[in-house]
Design a protein around this ligand. Structure first.
Ligand code: F6P
Length: 359
């Protein structure tokens, strides 16, 4: 039996731990393992490395992915250079499936977010055997209670908030931290609570400047001359529009968000005269060594995906439900993203301890 592994979409801490766990489980069952480079591109160009015991040695704590990844290339809309040097987008999924058979792959383990898993679902519909593994720091896949990478991103954002607190206090400033999360506010919500933010702005809860200022002034009246605010990158600005940093051609989701932190910071400074500084945490949230929790979740997912592949299953994504690893159909897994419900228990707990959501 031969199984391929690829990592697609934005990287996150724990990808290597999944590769390691899946490979170890597959080796133990005498399965041959190929690792495709840079997502689906690796199958299209037959660009792969044999995964053996040496290839997976020392991987557990290593951030990123030894296979490389990308969040642009979609085999159903793939950039191809024409003879005139122009780039055209074409459906190369048939070529991908041909290579799948040429390489005698029984099953592919695709580790990715909603983009990678949606492509996996379409390829399964065309006859490929694929098991999906959910990853993303955003934690926005509804079919699993948690994705690996999220815990590490929250730890990084929390540590940034801890550091911003000390400098905010010294200078009597407002500090704004913009964190990732795409259209969901999970990273902002969790790190905001863990890092003791005074205000948390998330895409799911509409905010007003007046309400933020009220919170800052109330703190000053209590003698707390500084405030720390965490803003999720997907939070709409005062005009109701998301702040877009970049548009990436050919990407499943071409919008790259960023800049709302500065918008909020400028508005606060203009309205209050209080010195305000803005930090954009950016890709630091995606880098580095996975937390113990992410290593464990990644390992459990890797083992489960390999076991499903060995038993000949396909069209499934491994998922965490409660404290159990289970499998859900890829069709279901890619249907909807998970946003923060406005009445989520964590939102309520945050409100109870005086955190403002700017509403
Ligand atoms: O989905 C993961 C994520 O890090 C988002 O939080 C962020 O919006 C996006 O990817 C950034 O993408 P890129 O790496 O292309 O800048």
């Amino acid at each position: 039996m031969r199984v391929g592994i690829l990592t697609g979409g934005g990287d996150c801490p724990g990808l290597n731990a999944v590769i390691r766990a899946a490979a170890k489980t597959l080796f133990a069952n005498g399965v041959d393992v190929l690792g495709f480079r840079d997502g689906y591109r690796g199958i299209i160009y037959q660009d792969y490395i044999p995964i053996d015991k040496r290839a997976i040695s020392g991987l557990l704590h290593r951030g990123g992915t030894i296979l490389g990844t990308n969040n642009r290339d979609n085999p159903f809309n793939f950039p191809v250079k024409t003879e005139s040097g122009e780039t055209q987008y074409r459906d190369v999924s048939d070529q991908l499936l041909e290579n799948f058979h040429k390489l005698k792959l029984d099953t592919l383990i695709a580790i990715g977010g909603d983009g990678t898993l949606s492509i996996a679902r379409e390829l399964v519909d065309k006859g490929a055997k694929i098991i999906g593994v959910p990853k993303t720091i955003d934690n926005d896949l509804a079919a699993t209670d948690q994705t690996f990478g999220f815990d590490t991103a929250v730890a990084t954002a929390t540590s940034a908030l801890d550091k911003l607190h000390t400098t905010a206090e010294s200078h009597h400033r407002v500090m704004v931290l913009e964190v990732m999360g795409r259209y969901a506010g999970w990273i902002a919500l969790w790190s905001g609570i863990a890092g003791g933010a005074d205000v948390i702005l998330i895409p799911e809860i509409p905010w007003s400047l007046d309400s933020i200022i009220k919170k800052i002034q109330q703190r000053r009246e209590e003698g707390k001359m500084f405030s720390v605010i965490v803003v999720a990158e997907g939070t709409p600005g005062p005009d109701g529009e998301r702040v877009v940093r970049k548009r990436i051609k050919g990407s499943g989701d071409p919008l790259r968000l960023g800049g709302i932190g500065q918008v909020v910071g400028d508005l606060i400074e203009q309205a209050t005269g209080i010195e305000t500084r803005v930090t954009v945490l950016g890709h630091i949230q995606r880098g580095g060594s996975p937390s113990p929790l992410d290593r464990i979740l990644a390992t459990r997912f890797g083992v489960a995906a390999a076991e499903l592949a060995i038993s000949g299953q396909s069209g499934l994504m491994v998922a965490l439900k409660g404290n159990k690893i289970t499998a859900v159909p890829l069709h279901e897994a890619t249907k909807k993203i998970s946003l923060v419900p406005q009445d989520h228990q964590l939102v309520q707990a945050a409100r109870s301890i005086g955190i403002s959501f700017g509403d």
